[in-house]
Design a protein around this ligand. Sequence first.
Ligand code: ACM
Length: 557
Amino acid sequence: MRILHNFDIYYFFYFTCSNELKKLMKLKAFLSLLLLPFLNGFLFAQSDIIPRPAFVAETSGSVSFQNVWIEGENVSPELLSFFNKEVEKYGLADTGQKSGLPIRFYFDLSLEKSESYTLKIGKEGVAVAAKDETGLFYGFQTLLQMMRKNAKSRELQYCIIRDNPRYAWRGVMLDESRHFFGKEKVKQILDQMAMHKLNVFHWHLTDAPGWRIEIKKYPKLTAIGAIGDHSHANTSAQFYTQAEVSEIVAYAAERHIEVVPEIDMPGHASAAVLAYPELSGGGTERHPNFTFNPGKEGVYAFLDDVLDEVVQLFPSKYIHIGGDEVSFGNAEWETLSEVKELMKRERLHDLTEVEHYFIRRMQKKVHALGKVTLGWDELATSGVPKDEVQLMWWRHDKPEVLNKILSEGYDVVLCPRIPLYFDFKQIQSHENGRVWGEEIADLQSVYAFPETGIIPDNFGAQVSGLQANLWTERYDSPQSLDFILYPRIAAMAESAWTSEKRKEWPLFQEVLKSQLKLYEQDKIYYFDPFRPDFHPEPEGAKGENWQKRHLLKTQTD
Ligand code: ACM
């Protein structure tokens, strides 16, 4: 596998040298190809990081790093302090004597792309250059991963790395409505996202089993709506206070991660409706009180108030308003007098048009708050303006929906169930986890995406990026969450960061072995695809019991 790195070296020098030298290099390249298998693991091991950088050239010579000291030119004290804390965490801190390996961070405005960086290791030490602080941050992440993986030898080989991301949106979604994991787990996920150069944390904070974010104007949302979870009807309220939300947002920002909140509407609203029954648009036995009533002005006033508070907490450019699966539980709308009046007044012909009216109205609110609306791919038919909205394509069995989204000019994040819903099984023999017919979301399919022909020609520029979604109906313990996220997060990150031509499945598998060791050090209960029994599959969640609360409530009403 290391031969691939060898090509990097020749590619780099080949274009900068004379014809005679080129001839010599061709001969040397040939000889190296013959020899390299024997030198495997000795010459070119250090830059084996995930996601794979765009360009790596390693040369002979190395520096040692018993400890490091960090300096920055015009770099913010916050960024330098973050770097210092991280090297301290991994036992690499400055001795205070300015001894050890110097690492210099500086801006190079000739680098064109945001997030890109150059990393050089030579006899003077390490230099990381970027156009912006995010680029410096990613240069640091590359270096830190290299140092952690070479912690035994404490040697770093001389090299030049140039790197930039393939996609701007590299996301992970966590559903904390179904089961609540709490801020320490969220912080650990953010740490791991940073290591993998992922930059969007999509926080699914409201859904049928629980409302998980404090809204000061409506205290019952958490006093009542946060009780219980997908498995239990009555566990005590679990939610994030506004102060905790701000703490997480700041923690993420320190790691150059944007936190995007999702307030799901007009379906998946049961927890909110349990707290404020006057908002109910009804539901079904399986999905009780599933919807908000789109005919009531009070519902819009309520949701506007909620978004007014949400916008204060999240500096993100986006607010996600859900919009998925409304038809699962909106049949009762037909019987509601307010909906009938709305249909007459607005000349809406059916419940789909009512749903679209609701979505257009809430999108206008988000726009008035100065934010871009995010929504699930159901929004594609609602008539929302393409310049103010970005969609998430999740229904993998409906490629025609993706084609429609793209041909109508929307930007899209790709998060199809297969292979990017990590609640699906990663190997067939696991007990827990979803399947779609025979299909699962195994590591190789995650890695192979999106090179599957799914993006129509000429529409690549509208694809903002990729996102892995952690739906948690089946997972309630921290271990079970780790088990579904790692190591698929690594495969998704490489697909999102690394260009198609630099992705190599056999090399990725090789490098993954050293990544698993980092997960081990970080006390993560990962699934080991090379030794599937190394960490036994954790028990799944108890099952679907949240509906009982609604039934109990109805009986006592
Ligand atoms: C979804 O999976 N309902 C977006």
